[in-house]
Design a protein around this ligand. Structure first.
Ligand SMILES: Cc1ncc(COP(=O)(O)O)c(C=O)c1O
Length: 470
C-alpha cells in the first residue's frame, strides 16, 4: 500500500506531526480501514523521503492513541476504532429513517432475473478457465475490434439453427448490452435529429438511448397483433425499433402479415427495422413465427441479440447482425473504436457454444421456464380467477396482469406489507395514460415454482382485502 500525504517542510509544524495528523484523519474518515497493514517504517521513510525517526515518531503516537496496532513478527496494522456514537449535528437533525417495507420481501417478482437452479456453473467455469489457459498471445492483447471471430462464427451458426437468421460472422458485431448496440446503431444510421418509431408502451432502456442520441421518438400504438403498421406508414420515421417475437412489455407476437407489411414499408421508404429478439428462445405456445430478419430480402433489418435472458445478464454480452453495407460503413467510420466486451468472456462463450453446452442450456431452460410459466398461470387462475386478466402469456420471462377495481400502486403497497414485491410497467409508456396504472408486471425467471405459487397466493389475499375494503 502506498500512502501519499503532502508533507510541507517549510511549515513550522514538524514533519512527524503532519504525518501523524494525516494518518489519523485517514483512519477516522474511513479511508484507511481496520485490518489494513501499514507500510514498514523503512518503506514509508524511503517512499516519503523523510527520516526513519519521523515515521517512527508518527507511528508511536498513533499506536499510543489506539489508531495503530503493532503485532510482533507481523507488522503494523490499522486498529479497530470506535466511531463516536453520533455527530453533534446529527443529534439536532436526525437522519431520515429509510422507508423500509414493513415486512421482509418473501417473493420478488422482479423482471430480468434468470434461473439459478439449473445454471451450468461447473461447465461455464471450465470454459472460463480453458479460455484463459489457451496457449496463445491473444490473452495479452486488445484482440479483434468487431469481436472474437470464434464467437461470431458460433453466433452465426446458432442464429441459423434456432432463429432462422442467415448471417456471416463478418456481419456480426459484438457489443456490451442492448443499449450499447442501440447507441451504435443511432450513429451508424445517423439518427440524430431524425424520427424513430417505437412501440408504445415499449422498452424504456432503448427509449432512453434514443432520447440521449437526440432522436425524435414517434410512439406507435399497439394492436392485438403488434404495433400499428399504418401508423408507421404515416410517420416520418427513418427507423423503427420493434420486439416482434415477444412485445415488450405486453407480450403479443407480431403477426406474419404485419411483418410482411413492415418489411414493405422499409423497402419502399428506405427505412430500417431494428428487430430486438431479446428472449426469442423462450416460446411456450403456438407456431414459431420466422424472425423479421429471416424474411428480409433487401437488407433493411438490423437484428439485435443478447445473452442476458438466454444465459446471464451479468456477462454484458450481446450482438448486432448488420446488413453488409452498414457493416462496411461501421468498419470505416468506427475503425478506431476498440471492442468493449472482454475477449476472455467472448472466448469462454465461444467454447461454451462450440461444446454444445449452450444449446443444452437453452433446451433445459426452455423446459424450466415453461414449468414456471405454467405454475404462474395456474396459480393466477386458481387464486385470482376473474379478478385479473393475464396479458402476453405465450412466451418470455414475464407477464402482465390487468387489474380490475384496484390500482397498481394500491396492490403493490399492499403486496409489500405481505412480503411480495410486484412492479409497475408505467415507465414503459412515453406518454403515460391512466390505463398504465392498471397493470402489474410479474417477472418469474429467477423464482422457484414454490415461490411463484406463494407470491400469487399472497397477491390474491391482497386483492380480497381490497374487495372487502380492509
Ligand atoms: C426489450 C429488451 N431488450 C433487451 C433487453 C436486454 O438488455 P441487455 O442486453 O442490455 O441486458 C431487455 C432486458 O430487460 C429487454 O427487456
Amino acid at each position: 500500500m502506498e500512502l501519499t500525504p503532502f508533507l510541507q517542510r517549510e511549515l513550522s509544524e514538524p514533519l512527524y506531526s503532519q504525518l501523524y495528523y494525516w494518518i489519523k484523519k485517514e483512519i477516522e474518515e474511513g479511508r484507511l480501514l481496520p485490518g489494513i497493514k501499514m507500510p514498514s517504517v523503512r518503506q514509508l521513510s524511503t517512499h516519503l523521503k523523510v527520516s526513519r525517526n519521523t515515521v517512527e515518531a508518527a507511528y508511536q503516537q498513533l499506536q499510543s492513541e489506539g489508531y495503530l496496532e503493532s503485532v510482533p513478527k507481523s507488522g503494523i496494522w490499522v486498529a479497530e476504532i470506535e466511531k463516536p456514537s453520533m455527530h453533534p449535528n446529527e443529534a439536532e437533525h436526525p437522519v431520515m429513517q429509510e422507508c423500509k417495507p414493513s415486512r421482509e420481501v418473501l417473493v420478488d417478482f422482479e423482471y430480468g432475473n434468470v434461473d439459478l437452479d439449473k445454471f451450468p456453473l461447473k461447465q461455464w467455469k471450465k470454459c472460463l478457465s480453458d479460455a484463459v489457459g489457451q496457449e496463445n498471445n491473444w490473452l495479452f492483447e486488445y484482440s479483434e475490434k468487431q469481436g472474437e471471430f470464434e464467437l461470431r462464427r458460433e453466433i452465426s451458426n446458432y442464429l441459423l439453427q434456432s432463429r432462422g437468421v442467415r448471417s456471416t460472422p463478418e456481419q456480426i458485431l459484438i457489443t456490451a448490452g442492448t443499449q450499447t448496440s442501440m447507441a451504435l446503431i443511432c450513429r451508424i444510421l445517423a439518427l440524430q435529429g431524425n424520427t424513430v418509431a417505437m412501440e408504445e408502451p415499449g422498452y424504456s432502456g432503448v427509449r432512453s438511448v434514443f432520447e440521449d442520441q437526440g432522436c425524435q421518438i414517434e410512439p406507435v400504438p399497439l394492436e392485438k397483433d403488434g404495433l400499428s403498421v399504418e401508423h408507421i406508414q404515416l410517420s416520418r420515421a427513418k427507423a423503427v425499433y420493434v420486439t416482434p417475437s415477444h412485445q415488450f412489455p405486453f407480450g403479443m407476437i407480431l403477426s406474419i402479415s404485419k411483418r410482411m407489411r413492415l418489411l414493405k414499408w422499409a423497402y419502399q421508404t428506405g427505412g430500417y427495422i431494428i428487430e430486438d429478439d431479446y428472449d426469442g428462445e423462450f416460446r411456450y405456445r403456438g407456431q414459431p413465427i420466422p424472425s423479421l430478419k429471416s424474411l428480409d430480402e433487401e437488407e433493411r433489418v438490423i437484428y439485435l441479440g443478447t445473452f442476458s435472458k438466454s444465459f446471464l445478464p451479468s456477462l454484458r454480452l450481446s450482438y448486432i447482425v448488420l446488413p453488409p453495407s452498414l457493416m462496411d460503413h461501421y468498419s470505416r467510420t468506427f475503425a478506431v473504436y476498440n471492442q468493449s466486451v472482454s475477449p476472455i468472456i467472448q472466448r469462454a462463450m465461444a467454447l461454451f457454444m462450440k461444446s454444445g453446452e449452450f444449446e443444452r442450456h437453452i433446451r433445459r431452460m426452455r423446459k424450466q421456464y415453461q414449468r414456471k410459466h405454467q405454475a404462474l398461470l395456474r396459480s393466477i387462475d386458481q387464486y385470482m380467477g376473474t379478478k385479473v386478466k393475464i396479458v402476453g402469456e405465450k412466451s418470455g420471462l414475464h407477464i402482465l396482469l390487468k387489474l380490475k377495481g384496484v390500482s397498481t400502486l394500491e396492490l403493490s403497497e399492499k403486496g409489500l406489507q405481505k412480503g411480495v414485491k410486484v412492479y409497475s410497467p408505467m415507465n414503459f409508456w412515453l406518454n403515460p395514460t391512466p390505463e398504465g396504472n392498471s397493470y402489474i408486471m410479474l417477472g418469474f425467471g429467477g423464482l422457484s415454482i414454490e415461490e411463484i405459487e406463494k407470491g400469487v397466493r399472497l397477491l390474491a389475499s391482497c386483492l380480497r382485502e381490497v374487495e372487502i375494503g380492509e
